[in-house]
Design a protein around this ligand. Structure first.
Ligand SMILES: [Zn+2]
Length: 164
């Protein structure tokens, strides 16, 4: 009988909203997967966090108080080589599940809608920490898939965002 090890795509169901297979890749099944790759990290939060550098994203915890309703913020800037980079700040006082969803959403926003962030007055968006209804497309839906592939099944990784 085939096992998940020999057939990693067995028993994957397609996402009802976009059809992308809902898979949680196991690094042991992936030939040549880097031994310190994102999927090898011990928790969903650390796995999502480990995706950020490859996407040119720096992640940090706010060390100063931020407005109470915010859970995260994202800003864009050009690096020394004129490459677009994003910086995501997270509220360190939130639980890890919420931080995971916020981080996945911020990464998805940058991936899916960088021009939306860039077109704000300060090239920055604040992300309130209250989840909203799960989006069936766009950044919120991409965030759901990022979180899922990193081992977190969330009811929603969709949040509002507002200019900072
Ligand atoms: Zn989907």
């Amino acid at each position: 009988m085939p096992t998940r090890r020999t057939n990693p795509r067995q028993n994957t169901t397609p996402c009802p909203d976009c059809g992308v297979p809902l898979t949680r890749p196991n690094p042991a099944d992936l030939p040549n997967y880097p031994i310190d790759g994102a999927l090898t990290k011990p928790t969903p939060y650390l796995r999502v966090l480990a995706l950020a550098p490859a996407a040119n994203i720096d992640v940090f915890d706010f060390s100063h108080p931020i407005p109470d309703e915010l859970g995260a913020a994202i800003t864009l800037a050009l690096d020394d080589n004129d490459q677009l980079r994003a910086t995501i700040g997270l509220d360190p006082h939130l639980n890890e599940d919420l931080r995971t969803d916020l981080l996945a959403f911020a990464i998805a926003l940058y991936t899916a809608e960088p021009e939306r962030i860039d077109n704000t007055p300060n090239a920055a968006l604040g992300i309130p920490k209250t989840r909203v209804r799960a989006a069936r497309r766009g950044a919120g839906h991409l965030a759901y898939h990022i979180a899922f592939s990193c081992g977190r099944k969330t009811s929603s990784a969709t949040f509002d965002s507002r200019e900072l």
